[in-house]
Ligand binder design. Structure first.
Ligand code: G6P
Length: 600
């Protein structure tokens, strides 16, 4: 959730760290800081110098003068324990100033440890749980064994990078939260994820839980339970340009426009000419699902709901979508119980926990994720990779559409429909990237509508059947990106309560493709019209009756009724983007949010 970076090499660490932190800023951006071993090896008077700022990495850059020294660590924070402030920003030092630590995770027993350390004379400056680690590490010393002993006292997940005064290396360790080592040429890096190490690394290593790595300019030594171990080296397949905006004003807009390509990648090689899907996961060798749970958080939970509607339409199997945090103590089940974990990052704490709990309860667990080497892929039996590429903007767009298509593919492999219908659906899936492209080409109309919505205080979004989750996802996006209070409703529910809020200043977006819910949606839209609320209809046909009651009609390209959430979501995303732009919102970094939430 927070971003970590570390550098050891011949160059000054500060500029490398600032660039690295900038690239992982989507993981947290309420404050940031660096700790640099000031001076060069052998210079005698080296000490750890710290610079911190509240706000963005650019604020830190502006406030910090040059600090010489080729060893340093840095952090960009999403506050958990302790408010966002300079004092609470990482790195944290112990009282001697000889140990600096950056941390991702949570020290669950920090009250107890703090009290113990206080009694032994340690003095604390911040409110954070992380500071406890600095004091603890100071007591146990700078060797990997000492670090392991100190960490054995800690409850809760962590990924840390530590700098000890006098040392020319960084120590990195993990349990439950990811951390990687980037391997360069005569220099090495540490990072919370790949973008942090992109500038200098051509390969990287994922540390395993319990690993303690000593990272120097010339090499990396990893110890696990006291033994030296080797970990697989992955090649960096992308350059720094992958995390650049590519000419767009915001990552969000870039990622929205990448969607046709992403859908092509997600579909590639997974669907045969006659419409048979094979995800290559050996699912046919498993006991077929008798009961199937679809679990995720945030947008991934909305994707799971679309998956539920789709899978339930294809089979009689009991399918249930749940927010992962609501999967409390799943019942013990036989091999016919499946849990599908939907998570872009593969790191969302509630989803990872749900994966572990479901597995423990005997479910077959399948992770649908964008990050093949993530906590969820360690927890689950099998991985269905989304192939959406790096998503930087906090609000998920391209990964959401990839999740939908990933779930469609899963449904078609598990419950293939009759020949004719299967071929029809396969053809529609193949045309989906083009349909999304056409929807995105409607940007001028969507911009006009989004800009007009910027003046509203509240908005409703309604949908039905497989597009009810689209309404929820659209409302979610308006809240996140445009700070507009929007609520998503099942169209039939409006008159049971929310109608009380409806007035002529409450725009209602109706998602109403011409499927078997259309007539019912039309009734709901007429009822709204009768109460004077302005209506924006997102449909796929030019329809005279709609033209007369809706203030605006957006005619989206048609697709199979099951796949309309993909097209209508793409249109909503653009509307949200322009609404957020008109409201002056920090599009890629909404306040208080983080890209992946690795704490409970
Ligand atoms: C955060 C993000 C959301 C995302 C959710 C689940 O809250 O801001 O955009 O939908 O986490 O993330 P995941 O990585 O598990 O899909």
């Amino acid at each position: 959730m927070c971003g970590i970076a570390g550098y050891v090499g011949p160059d000054d660490a500060l500029p490398v760290l600032l660039n690295a932190l900038h690239r992982v800023e989507y993981r947290g951006y309420d404050s940031c800081g660096v700790a640099i071993h000031n001076g060069n090896a052998g210079s005698g008077s080296r000490r750890i110098e710290v610079a911190k700022a509240v706000g963005y990495v650019d604020d830190l850059r502006a406030a910090t003068g040059p600090i010489p020294g080729g060893v340093g660590i840095g952090h960009t924070r999403w506050a958990t324990v302790g408010s966002p402030s300079k004092l609470n920003a990482h790195p944290h030092l112990d009282c001697t100033g000889r140990v600096a630590v950056v941390h991702n995770g949570s020290v669950e027993n920090h009250y107890q440890l703090r009290e113990e350390l206080r009694q032994r004379g340690h003095r604390f400056r911040s409110e954070t749980d992380t500071e406890v680690l600095a004091h603890l590490l100071e007591e146990y010393g700078s060797t990997p064994e000492g670090v392991a002993e100190a960490l054995a006292r800690v409850q809760g997940p962590y990924a840390i990078a530590v700098l000890f005064e006098g040392s020319d290396s960084i120590i990195a360790a993990r349990r439950g939260s990811p951390i990687i080592i980037g391997l360069g040429d005569g220099e090495n890096m540490v990072g919370s994820d790949v973008p942090a190490v992109l500038e200098r690394a051509n390969g990287f290593i994922h540390l395993e839980d319990g690993d303690i790595a000593t990272v120097s300019a010339s090499g990396v030594e990893i110890r696990h339970r006291g033994e030296a171990v080797r970990r697989r080296v992955h090649h960096v397949r992308w350059g720094p340009e992958v995390v650049d905006k590519g000419g767009y004003e915001h990552f969000l807009l870039k990622e929205i426009h990448e969607q046709p390509r992403v859908l092509r990648d997600t579909l590639a090689g997974r669907i045969s000419a006659d419409g048979h899907v094979n995800l290559g996961l050996g699912l046919d060798r498993r006991t077929p699902p008798e009961e199937l749970f679809l679990l995720g958080c945030g947008s991934a939970a909305h994707a799971a709901m679309v998956g539920e509607a789709f899978l339930a339409a294809l089979s009689d199997t009991r399918v249930q979508a749940l927010e992962a945090s609501e999967m409390v103590r799943p019942k013990r089940r036989g091999p016919g119980a499946w849990s599908v974990l939907v998570s872009q990052s593969g790191e969302t704490a509630d989803t990872v926990d749900a994966a572990r709990d479901a597995r423990r309860a005997g479910h077959f667990t399948l992770a649908l994720t964008n990050v093949p080497e993530s906590s969820i892929t360690r927890a689950a039996h099998a991985i269905h990779h989304l192939r959406a590429g790096q998503e930087v903007s906090v609000a998920s767009t391209k990964t959401y559409l990839a999740q939908l298509v990933g779930l469609y593919l899963l449904g078609l492999e598990l419950f293939p429909p009759s020949d004719r219908r299967r071929r029809q659906m396969a053809a529609a899936l193949r045309r989906l990237p083009e349909a999304v492209q056409q929807a995105l080409a409607m940007a001028p109309q969507l911009e006009m509508l989004g800009t007009r919505l910027a003046a509203a205080e509240h908005a409703f979004i309604i949908g039905k059947g497989i597009n009810y989750p689209t309404a929820l996802e659209g409302a979610w996006k308006f809240k996140e990106v445009a700070y507009l209070h929007a609520e998503g409703f099942a169209s039939g529910e409006l008159k049971h309560g929310p109608f009380a809020l409806l007035d002529t200043d409450t725009p209602v977006i109706a998602i109403m493709p011409r499927d078997d819910t259309y007539e019912r949606m039309l009734v709901a839209v007429e009822e709204i019209h009768a109460r004077g609320a302005p209506i924006i209809a997102l449909t796929d046909c030019d329809n005279a009756e709609l033209q007369s009651i809706a203030q605006s009609v957006v005619c989206l390209p048609p697709t199979d009724p099951m796949f309309t959430p993909v097209v209508s979501t793409a249109a909503l995303q653009l509307m949200v983007y322009y609404c957020g732009l008109a409201r002056g919102c920090p599009i890629d970094r909404p306040r208080n949010l983080a890209k992946s939430v690795t704490v409970h």
